[in-house]
Write a protein that binds this ligand. Structure first.
Ligand SMILES: C[S@@+](CC[C@H](N)C(=O)[O-])C[C@H]1O[C@@H](n2cnc3c(N)ncnc32)[C@H](O)[C@@H]1O
Length: 255
């Protein structure tokens, strides 16, 4: 964390991404990265708490999460980008497609099987391979990962609703601690999981889930975050998009 930067007390307003046409933004062919899908399903069954999904993110969700890298978002270039919870790489790929030669993308992933699949895709997938020199895959948990730079964009793919509320708070704080002024943060949660959990889980589990949702909503409200829903994903997902304020002239002079 930079010595001159404390966690932000508020976030700058940002344009809504609701209803934006993303068709022309990300020129990925649709079927690349199809191969790791069986691996994803297997790992979801084996480590559901960490994986937290039944399928990799759709192209639509990946594009929405990568929105801060669209030219229209005016992100500072070259940009340093952190993706947390890369899995088999659909969001890594959407981000890679939007990076230029001087941008940097760090992808953190806790599951060594996903790390190994993603490392392979870095060589075999055309979009990832063409950006491989700017991508670092960091194997381990974001809670312990030493990070040697600050980021202009953080995209979190973590299954927050599977975690304890305190763990979610501390991960969100970590994101703020490595986000530059004017930086973007996107994260998501699946729709409908709360209703499902109230039916199939214990009361304690349903209460934990409710509390995590409250943590995410409060965090987004405190930081003027915007929400949008991506319906074309299994299951559909709510995406939050926040932006830290730019540093004032005085702060910039003092830095
Ligand atoms: C919902 S999946 C998303 C995977 C992929 N980004 C996608 O969109 O399909 C969540 C991912 O976060 C990873 N993960 C869970 N806890 C983590 C942690 N503490 N640090 C880093 N990655 C983590 C899981 O292994 C899994 O790959």
């Amino acid at each position: 964390m930079c010595a001159d930067r404390q966690p932000m007390a508020w976030f700058a307003p940002l344009p809504s991404v609701e209803g934006m046409d993303l068709k022309h933004v990300n020129p990925q062919p649709p079927n690349a990265l199809a191969l790791p899908r069986p691996l994803f399903v297997r790992e979801a069954a084996r480590t559901f708490r960490d994986t937290g999904a039944v399928a990799p993110s759709s192209r639509h969700l990946a594009d929405r999460l990568a929105a801060p890298m669209w030219p229209s978002s005016m992100v500072r270039r070259p940009a340093a980008v952190l993706e947390v919870g890369a899995g088999t790489g659909p969001v890594t790929r959407a981000l890679a497609a939007l990076t230029g030669p001087a941008d940097r993308l760090d992808a953190v992933e806790i599951n060594p099987r996903f790390v190994s699949a993603l490392s392979g895709s870095l060589r075999t997938d055309p979009v990832l391979a063409s950006a491989a020199d700017r991508i670092r895959i960091l194997s381990g948990s974001i809670t312990e990962m030493p990070l040697d730079r600050d980021y202009d964009v953080i995209v979190s793919c973590l299954p927050f609703t599977n975690f304890d509320p305190d763990a979610v708070r501390s991960i969100l704080d970590r994101y703020l601690s490595v986000l530059v002024p004017g930086g973007h943060l996107t994260f998501f949660a699946y729709l409908g999981t709360h209703a499902l959990r109230s039916v199939v889980s214990s009361r304690t589990e349903a209460a934990r889930h409710r509390e995590v949702r409250a943590v995410l909503d409060t965090f987004a409200r405190q930081h003027s975050g915007r929400q949008s829903v991506v319906w074309r994903n299994l299951p559909p997902a709510r995406v939050w998009h926040l932006r830290t304020p730019e540093r004032s002239g005085r702060q910039a002079d003092a830095a």
